[in-house]
Design a binder for this molecule. Structure first.
Ligand code: ZN
Length: 247
């Protein structure tokens, strides 16, 4: 575990529990990428940050919390937004990528970059009272039957259909539930134990208190991992408008 390197994209609602449990478990190197600063309104869910951290870069605040929790963990601070130009090189330095981002353009960029870099991707998502966790690693040499994110959600929705702010109206404790499951799946992937969630998606309905595990498969028509791919590099992301707001 000490030799493992995990990159967490986003030090927000999902990144917070992810970083804390991965640090507590002793993952040796944790990369954190985020370009945002801590706002008072974040604290209801982003428990890696506290009241004295308001105004600090989230990456710095998270690194300080991790240092108090487990000083043996090396934290690599990427105080920037994930870029098309830098994504492949960044991902290639890690064993596994964790998606704790809050917007669709970033989610698709992470999926495609992880696929090209041949790194397992453990994805978490939350909206209002619903959560999802999935593992994507169907790159060449990975799990041939499993899907990538694009097999399930072909392309980002048009800007007008995107909820105004992905995290507006998120139950804070739901971030803890989804982030903890995501952290568990990351530790399973790193240790090679149990049954991988690849090929399945866990869906949590907090209001109904229901978990469902859905079977998901590779889509032969997928533009990234399908039989006749049309996405051959990350250039498809170059003209994507940046999200309106962040976590
Ligand atoms: Zn695919």
């Amino acid at each position: 575990m000490l030799g493992s390197k995990v990159l967490v994209v986003g030090a927000g609602g999902l990144g917070a529990p992810l970083l804390m449990y991965l640090a507590a478990a002793g993952v040796g190197t944790l990369g954190v990428i985020d370009d945002d600063v801590v706002d008072l309104s974040n604290l209801q869910r982003q428990i890696v940050h506290a009241t004295p951290d308001v105004g600090k870069a989230k990456v710095d605040s998270a690194a300080e919390t991790i240092a108090r929790l487990n000083p043996g963990v090396r934290v690599v601070r990427h105080k920037t937004r994930l870029s098309v130009a830098g994504a492949l090189e960044l991902f290639s330095g890690y064993d596994l990528i964790a998606d704790g981002s809050d917007n669709f353009p970033t989610r698709f960029l992470i999926n495609d970059a992880a696929w090209f870099a041949r790194k397992p991707l453990v994805s978490g998502a939350i909206l209002r009272f619903d959560g999802q966790v999935a593992v994507f690693r169907n790159y060449p040499g990975g799990d041939a039957d499993g899907p990538c994110y694009r097999c399930l959600f072909r392309a980002p929705p048009p800007p007008g259909q995107i909820p105004s702010c992905a995290e507006a109206g998120v139950l804070g404790a739901l971030c803890g539930t989804v982030g903890s499951i995501q952290a568990t799946e990351i530790l399973k992937e790193l240790l090679g134990i149990g049954t991988s969630l690849s090929g399945g998606m866990l869906v949590y309905d907090a209001l109904a208190t229901q978990f469902r595990r859905i079977r998901v498969k590779r889509d032969p028509g997928c533009p990234l991992c399908g039989d006749a791919p049309t996405i051959l590099d990350l250039s498809v992301h170059e003209n994507v408008a940046p999200p309106v707001c962040s976590a």
